[in-house]
Design a protein around this ligand. Structure first.
Ligand code: SF4
Length: 363
């Protein structure tokens, strides 16, 4: 894959190269999980956000039609052999649908690979931190059973620091996006390579891209993109075609995972700190007010004139917040638009027209 600035290895190329070096692959479902813990055991995390446009009939026997297409497609992809290169599966509890998927895999489907789950707390209290540290410790013990060996504390700390460096580069890319010679599509191809590249390779690509930073360039009407995942990626061509530009994001797959560095010298607490102190996210129980303030602050920093909520149909955590969140944003003078997509559908004419009308309104 080639952007204006850097060549990004594709998923399969990257997986095969990792396996050739003797490493394992962890297929990871959304959203939050400790990359550093998997890497310390030699597993490269490769995320499964759907993928888009999968024949999803096989999952219909197991999940209701009103379950989102991230879960439906992920399950179909697994059942059709799409995750055969994976050695383990990790299903974090982001929402009821993903919790249901974890239970289905463990209790009914029994895939070839061991399935691990991770329960995330829904708050930022001390008790949430300590609960998550214990969950991470339980995941460590389970990985040790599967792997037959376990990393030492210094090895864990070194793995954590490697991911912290990659996350610092990711945050830098987000901050510098208006200076990079990348289209919206190329920018998101680059930052989404964090979903499957080893941290050190991602840091290297980020650094090559950041070396190309120039003066700030005007690209169109600045928008703040919120929601789950920028799929179908054709959206990132449509926005500039209609005169817009993604100036900042609050996407679960991207901006909500700008994990800060931890401070604790205990590796489990440090991994927990990083997830707990990430930007507000409804799947981690963040209040609507904290999300409102976060979106206002992203809009102020980036100059975004409106928010586009680009959501996957039937996404309950997003839909619960939207009526109040959009009302509060409107009261604060930040207009918003809600677009809902199914990962299997192309962008509709209706979506095109609504986005065009929204851009004309905020110009
Ligand atoms: S899109 Fe929403 S409902 Fe579906 S897995 Fe993601 S958070 Fe859960």
């Amino acid at each position: 894959m080639q952007t204006a600035a850097v060549r990004i290895p594709g998923r399969i190329e990257n997986i095969l190269s990792w396996k050739e070096q003797g490493g394992g692959i962890a297929a990871v479902f959304p959203i939050h999980y400790p990359r550093e813990l998997l890497r310390a055991f030699g597993y490269l995390p490769v995320e499964v956000w759907g993928p888009p446009v999968v024949e999803s009939v096989s999952s219909a026997a197991h999940v209701q039609p009103y379950v989102c297409s991230i879960v439906r497609n992920g399950l179909s992809f697994l059942q059709s052999g799409g995750l055969e290169l994976a050695d383990i599966l990790l299903v974090p509890h982001a929402c009821d649908s993903l919790q249901g998927l974890g239970s289905l895999l463990l209790d009914f489907i029994h895939p070839r690979q061991p399935t691990l789950t991770l329960y995330l707390p829904r708050g930022r209290r001390e008790s949430d931190l300590s609960f998550l540290a214990q969950e991470l410790h339980a995941l460590y013990r389970r990985l040790a059973e599967i792997h037959g060996d376990s990393p030492t504390e210094p090895e864990l700390m070194s793995s954590i620091r490697r991911e912290e460096a990659a996350d610092a580069s990711l945050a830098q890319l987000h901050r510098q996006r208006s200076r990079l010679p990348l289209s919206d599509l190329a920018f998101y191809q680059l930052i989404r390579s964090r979903e499957y590249l080893p941290a050190e390779r991602f840091s290297q690509l980020a650094s090559e891209a950041l070396d190309q930073a120039g003066p700030i360039t005007e690209r169109g009407i600045p928008l703040l993109l919120s929601g789950i995942v920028p799929e179908p990626m054709a959206l990132l061509n449509l926005i500039p075609e209609l005169g817009g530009w993604v100036a900042a994001d609050d996407l679960a797959s991207c901006g909500r995972r700008l994990y800060p560095a931890g401070t604790s010298q205990d590796p489990f607490l440090r991994m927990a700190e990083r997830i707990i102190h990430a930007p507000p996210d409804p799947t981690r129980g963040s209040s609507i007010e904290s999300r409102h303030q976060h979106l206002l602050s992203l809009a102020a920093e980036s100059g975004a004139r409106g928010v586009v909520f680009h959501d996957v149909k039937f996404c309950e955590p997003e839909l619960f917040d939207l009526p109040d969140l959009r009302r509060q944003l409107a009261e604060s003078g930040l207009p918003s638009l809600l677009l809902e997509v199914d990962l299997n559908d192309p962008l509709s004419h209706q979506l095109h027209t609504r986005l065009q009308a929204f851009l004309e309104m905020i110009v």
